[in-house]
Design a protein around this ligand. Structure first.
Ligand SMILES: [Zn+2]
Ligand SMILES: [Zn+2]
Length: 210
């Protein structure tokens, strides 16, 4: 398969590599859509500390093509949106049910290989089966939701029991776009209205042509 490797600041190489194997509790997906987010740009440009080389891309969706041992909730052929935030489930925050504050966060596309590739191995628990009416583009953009929740929680701007707002930027843009709302409760976040960020067609980039 082909993958785009960020080899050093500002340098990208498309290389051939074997399709990753699905480890225990992982699925391999054929990547169908992957956003290029402001974080990708910042890491690639060296504006944010980053360990090169790396396969970036943390907003992606695809089709399950292989299952590792112990995978129960998904099957080959499932269309999935990927939550890039891989958490440990053992630290104090994870045990409190606030895994968005995990101290051992290991995001796909940042700390481990992401979606700028034809195939990617992701933990089963980070792959969410999409409803049939959801497109792969929408699935890739929906993956931004956990990041919004995390940044909101980290900023401390949310008031418990109240409502708070966070701005977000459309995929492919650094300008603030729509707004998302979340309701806070004792247990943490409760889902609110979450608009899928706008896709800006003129800013789409294609790494691979099929
Ligand atoms: Zn992002
Ligand atoms: Zn944790």
């Amino acid at each position: 398969m082909r993958r785009a490797v960020s080899t050093s600041v500002g340098r990208l190489a498309v290389e051939e590599t074997p399709v990753p194997a699905a480890g225990s509790g992982e699925v391999v997906i054929g990547v169908e859509a992957c956003g290029i987010c402001g974080t990708d740009r910042s890491l690639f440009a060296g504006d944010t500390p980053f360990v090169f080389p790396a396969v970036q891309g943390h907003e992606f969706s695809g089709t399950v093509v292989d299952l590792g041992a112990d995978v129960r909730s998904l099957k080959v052929g499932d269309r999935v949106a990927v939550d890039p935030n891989v958490v440990c489930l053992t630290c104090a925050a994870c045990r409190r049910g606030q895994s968005h504050l995990c101290v051992n966060l290991s995001p796909l596309g940042i700390s481990r290989s992401g979606g700028f590739a034809e195939f990617a191995a992701v933990p089963e628990r980070n792959a969410y089966a999409m409803p049939p009416q959801m497109s792969f583009d929408e699935g890739a953009r929906a993956a931004r939701a956990p990041g919004l929740l995390k940044s909101e929680a980290s900023s401390g701007s949310g008031r418990r029991g109240g409502r708070s707002r966070v701005g977000h930027a459309p995929t492919g843009s650094s300008r603030p776009g729509g707004r998302a709302r979340f309701r806070w409760s004792r247990r943490g976040h409760e889902g609110g209205r979450l608009p899928v960020p706008r896709l800006i067609p003129t800013r789409r980039a294609s790494l691979f042509t099929r």
